[in-house]
Each structure stands twice: as C-alpha cells, then as structure tokens.
Write a new protein. Structure first.
Length: 346
C-alpha cells in the first residue's frame, strides 16, 4: 500500500462505518421524511376555517420551523387521503404519520378508546383537559402507546344535537327517531331511550340528514357548523350551559414513526403539540357560543341543555354505557374507575 492510497482507504473505511451505524441511518431517515397529516374535516388555512384543520397547519409550520426544515408535512383534509376509520390502522402500521381524529372511531380495534366519548363522564373542559396529567390520562396514554399510538395534542370538544324536527333535550325525546350518537356507548343510551341507531362518520351526517336516513345527530359544536348541518336541521340543542357529550379528538402520531425520529425532533413535536392545546380549548369554547347564532339565522329553534336533562342522561349512562364499557376488559374497567375519580375531584 502506498502512502497516498493508505489515508484514502482509511477515510473510506471511516465513512462507511459512519454511514452504516444505526444512529446515522435513523437521523438520515428522519431528516428526509415527508410526513402526512390526515383528517376528515373541511380544509382551510392557518388563519381561517375549521379550527381542527387550522391546528394541523399550525402544528406543521411550527414543527418545521423548530426542526429547521428537517421535518416537513402535507395536510390532507376532507378524508382525502383515506376514510376516517382507516386512519387508526394506518397509524399503527406506520403507513400514516399523523391524524387528527375522534378517539372513539378506533373502537373496533381498541375498545378502550371509547373512554374518549363516554356520555356523562366528562362534563366540562376543565375536567377533560385535567385528564392529561391525571391518573386516567396517564393510563390512557400508556394503553394507546402499547397499541402503537402517541398522543401529540389533547383536544376536547363539547357537542350538541342537530335535528330535523323538534329539539332533543332529554333521552325520551329520541324515541322512535333515527339517531347518530358517535360512539358505541352513546348508542347504548340512545337504544335504551328507544331510538334507532345510524352509524356514520361526521363528514357523512349532512347527506344522511338531507336524505331522511337520519333524523338527528350528536356531534361537536365545530362539526355542527363546519359540515353545514344548519341547512338540514330545524332545531339545535347546544352545550353552552353544560353538556354530557364531550369528545376527545386528539392529534395522534404513529409510534413506529415517532420512535424512529431523532430525540430533538421528538421533543419539538411534543412541545408544539402541547402548546396548541390552549388554542384548541379557546376555539372549541368559541364554537360552543357561535353555533347558536349560526342556527338561529336559518330559523332553527335553539335550546340549551338544562340541569334536569343532564341528570337524566348521566343516570341512564351509569346503568348502560358505563356498565357495558367497564365489562369489556381489565383496561376498560381501570380507565372507567380512574375517570370517575376525576368527577369526584371536580
């Protein structure tokens, strides 16, 4: 070996060792990854539109900035990338990086996820957001991680009821109607009350109500407006004065993808996700107030939930939805017990 070729071969050997090391491969993969964020809600911009789409766009811009462009994102609203219920399976496999989706939509694959839309269990934003650092939130985070999901942003939304006929205030008002509840547990209450259940994702409610396949739908205040349900409704029950329908609709990330990122990139994602929770809270509360005006302008009759109606829904939930959920498996029983502790703490 000549003196000239020796250093060259040594340098090639060093570069080869670096290139083949797991750390280098992990960082190179992460740096070149173009990530997709999927959701079922109407698209808009950072400044205008459904706040859930806005949150995804703010998240993408802020993480890209903090990681100096090493992470980039494409947003797919309106279920343009895949059907809403398909997102969980794709997240678990790592074929989809992120999704903002109602947690209860994962019920077929994860019975525990229905804790995110358990009627009467969460009755205020303070209680819902308090879950994140409470025992119930930590246990839910652990279970989701075991199932391949990382919670990036905790997002809670109160919900109301849009109906083609008279307002729905108490459970007995749903008797004989075709109703969309939004979760297995909500459906159990509605069935007990005498309703017929129609299962559709929120982006299909408008068409179902317009055709008459659906008489009433329980959904978030934001979706009540974003999907223009005021065009097919004659009445609205709001959550302005309280509610029993609170939905956990988090921004989730594939754990497979998250685990392959550099620690600094993981930290940026989690930090931005946590910061956006205050934005989500403000926007959800604003929509709870705004929805009444939107429906009033179309001539719909608008009513607010009252304490007596809330009591009826919660009493029925304890003997139907809560009992059925707790009997599903040990994880469900533990989550339910921890969630009930959060009620007592309020």
């Amino acid at each position: 070996m000549s003196l000239k070729t020796g250093p060259i071969l040594a340098r090639r050997t060093l570069l080869g060792a670096i290139a083949s090391s797991p750390l280098w491969l992990g960082n190179a993969w992460a740096a070149s990854q173009a990530m997709k964020i999927s959701h079922q809600f109407p698209g808009g911009s950072v400044m205008e539109g459904d706040f859930r789409d806005r949150l995804c766009r703010m998240f993408a811009a802020n993480v890209e900035k903090r990681t100096r462009g090493s992470l980039k994102f494409s947003i797919y609203p309106n279920a343009a990338l895949m059907a809403p219920n398909a997102q969980f399976g794709a997240l678990k496999k790592g074929s989809l990086e992120l999704a903002l989706v109602p947690l209860s939509y994962a019920a077929a694959e994860s019975p525990e996820s229905n804790i995110g839309l358990m009627p009467g269990l969460v009755t205020s934003y303070a209680q819902g957001y308090g879950w994140k650092n409470a025992e119930v939130g930590k246990e839910l985070t652990r279970i989701l991680a075991d199932q391949g999901l990382v919670v990036i942003s905790w997002i809670w939304q109160a919900g109301g009821v849009a109906a083609r006929g008279t307002p729905i205030l108490a459970p007995e008002d749903t008797r004989g109607l075709k109703v969309r509840g939004g979760s297995r547990e909500m459906d159990l209450i509605l069935q007990e009350a005498g309703a017929t259940i129609v299962n559709v994702p929120s982006n299909d409610i408008h068409a179902a109500m317009k055709s008459g396949a659906l008489d009433a739908a329980f959904t978030s205040s934001t979706s009540l407006m974003s999907f223009r349900l005021q065009d097919v409704s004659r009445s609205l029950t709001t959550a302005r004065s309280g509610g029993y329908w609170f939905m956990l609709e988090p921004l989730l990330m594939s754990k497979t993808v998250f685990d392959r990122l550099h620690k600094d990139q993981q930290a940026a994602i989690m930090a931005v996700g946590a910061e956006l929770e205050q934005f989500a809270l403000r926007m959800a509360q604003a929509d709870d107030a705004a929805v009444a005006n939107v429906y009033s302008r179309t001539g719909a009759r608008v009513v607010d939930m009252d304490a007596e109606a809330l009591r009826k829904w919660q009493e029925m939930a304890r003997t139907t939805a809560w009992a059925a959920y707790g009997a599903r498996n040990e994880n469900c029983a533990k989550l339910l017990a921890l969630a009930e502790k959060s009620i007592a703490a309020m």
